[in-house]
Design a protein around this ligand. Structure first.
Ligand code: SF4
Length: 66
């Protein structure tokens, strides 16, 4: 896949702490990877949840219940 022209700006925004991931900075690839697994990218979660690497929709909804 070609290099993303927005990668530098995306990395400034990226809060994912899973450093070995080859998709970091390529947000479209994050979505394509996680969504079929019923997951969302790490940046959608608060830091204390993100670092547990549970990217499930269930966990996302738990985080955002009021
Ligand atoms: S959210 Fe997932 S796909 Fe995106 S950089 Fe982090 S581990 Fe990789």
């Amino acid at each position: 896949m070609s290099e993303c022209p927005s990668k530098k700006q995306n990395l400034a925004f990226c809060t994912c702490t899973y450093e070995p991931c080859e998709r970091k900075g390529r947000c479209c690839e994050c979505i394509q990877y996680h969504w079929p697994r019923k997951q969302l990218p790490g940046c959608m979660f608060p830091p204390e949840v993100e670092r547990m690497y549970d990217r499930s929709l269930k966990r996302f909804l738990q985080c955002h219940q009021t």
